[in-house]
Design a protein around this ligand. Sequence first.
Ligand code: ZN
Length: 134
Amino acid sequence: MKISHIEHLGIAVKSIEEALPYYENVLGLKCYNIETVEDQKVRTAFLKVGDTKIELLEPTSPESTIAKFIEKKGMGVHHIAFAVEDGVANALAECEEKGIQIIDKAPRKGAEGLNIAFLHPKSTQGVLTELCEC
Ligand code: ZN
């Protein structure tokens, strides 16, 4: 597959409102969008850093995978998302062929309406990995 850049870093936070002042007032980044992804039970806030984004993930329910992540590991980096140039479906097929454990068998729509799919951290050296259409 061909990866062009890191599309975003997903960071688990307890509260977007509490996290944003650090990103905006200390790092000088600007939040340009906040949206709730109902089926994932998360609220997301996006900030741009060059071609890469920071995606803050706040759980909207204790059932959310983000709530469980924070409970287990605390707040912090949750996943890395790579932008793939030749399509998420092709990249997934290649991963499957190479024995990588896949979470999403087919691409689905993520935040911002982009096609995405997740690879399991068990077969990606411990980092939850998202493939993202660019
Ligand atoms: Zn993501």
